[in-house]
Design a protein around this ligand. Sequence first.
Ligand code: UGA
Length: 342
Amino acid sequence: MRILIIGANGFIGSNLTQRLLENTDWEIYGMDINTHYLNDYLHHDRFYFTEGDLCINNEWIEYHIKKCDIIIPLVAIAQPKLYVTDPLKVFELDFEQNLKIVRWAHRYKKRLIFPSTSEVYGMCTDESFNEGTSDFVYGPINKTRWIYACSKQLMDRVIFAYGRDYGLRYTCFRPFNWIGPRLDTIESARYGNSRVLTQLITQLLNGKPIQLVNGGHQKRTFTDIEDGLDALLQILTDEASSDKKVFNIGNPNNVCSIEELAEIVRQKYIEVSGKGTNEIPGVETVSEDEFYGSNTGYQDIIHRVPDINLARTKLSWNPSISIEESVKKAVEYFYTHSELPN
Ligand code: UGA
């Protein structure tokens, strides 16, 4: 089997590439503008990698869509700070540039595995979000944070229509705050552009207090990347059970507030660094305007829990990795892959 991963160097892309090379005999074709998370695999004899840009290298992409069996387009801006500072870039990359991939997958009759997002549910008040029944709830237009959710949900709708009306073979998956090694970078965290776990670890690496936006009472469902990859592998190998479906992929056992997450990060940082509790910075509250910038259009999601009955039944998927274990792996990774503070 030949798999095309566009955005192979990203968080999901690099971890998926590693898993597929180690656990299958498939050929992996990858493209990305960066290679820093792929250095260990660039010379693997079943990994065919090209450095390239989704917005530019159309010939390469179309050729490889024709050549491969399954197409996984993972290029997207997925960091909230960028939804509020550069919303048009989010629309152009996440929607416009990915639309051509969807259309080529349809034209060449290829199977498409598309990353939707937990964010499509927005501020939905259901106790747990269901793929088939939950409503999507967003703020007004001046809250630019929602451009990511809108772009992703519009693509979900386009893919659904191609599937229903023209037979596109597809599966959409919705990661719920997947975490682990290679989630964004320490470098992007310096500008507040990483997602929360890497952001928190970087604050400690820099000897700074952990910043809790608006006090950190908002909750997320954190899901270990390896659990997420188990679901993806099942989707890849079992088309009959996953065709024309949208799956929430999140671990409902790992619901926690950002304040609680910060405490786990501090504990794991102490274990990994061998430092004393008093040597590790504490936490501080910052307002959303201080963190994301005033007049930027940030709006938060207070509660986000997936209903995963569909993934449980169709994919026999049962996430098992605890948030403590997951955070520890990420802390170890970034601690050993960064310049340490003096
Ligand atoms: C994320 C991103 O939109 C996407 O990566 C993704 O599709 C989706 O949700 C997901 O991973 O399921 P969000 O969970 O809001 O959105 O993103 P984070 O940046 O990880 O922030 C989580 C929470 O932590 C937010 O309330 C944020 O304000 C807070 N935060 C972030 C802090 O309190 N301190 C920080 O230093 C950083």
